[in-house]
Design a protein around this ligand. Sequence first.
Ligand SMILES: [Zn+2]
Length: 135
Amino acid sequence: MISNSTPEKCSLNNLQCEITFSISNKGKRLLIFKNYVFRCNKTTKSKIYWMCSESECGVYIHTNTTDELICINGNHNHSANPDQLETKLLRDKMKERILSETTSITKIYDEEIAKANLSKGVAAILLTVIEYRAL
Ligand SMILES: [Zn+2]
């Protein structure tokens, strides 16, 4: 099927590069778009349906099975939390390393924090997490 190239299509292409993917604690794929997290709602042969992870929010995204953006719809009824998201992604990365490497947990934390060049907000959240885990 050949689709006409419309202005919307162009803007979708621009938005495409703002999409990233992550893996949830439960091993499910997450789509991240402009600091909002979407979880997979349904998969068909040609499309993947993503819902905003905030349950009261109705924003959805459709991608094809090769992760190309098809459409995005709705407005979020809440604000994004980039600090919290960054913390989550960093924590996931650390967890992966902790599980796959023999490096000590403290060393992994130190290395990843140094690498990530964290904003103050993220560092503060992360520190709380580490302290909590150390208890
Ligand atoms: Zn939302």
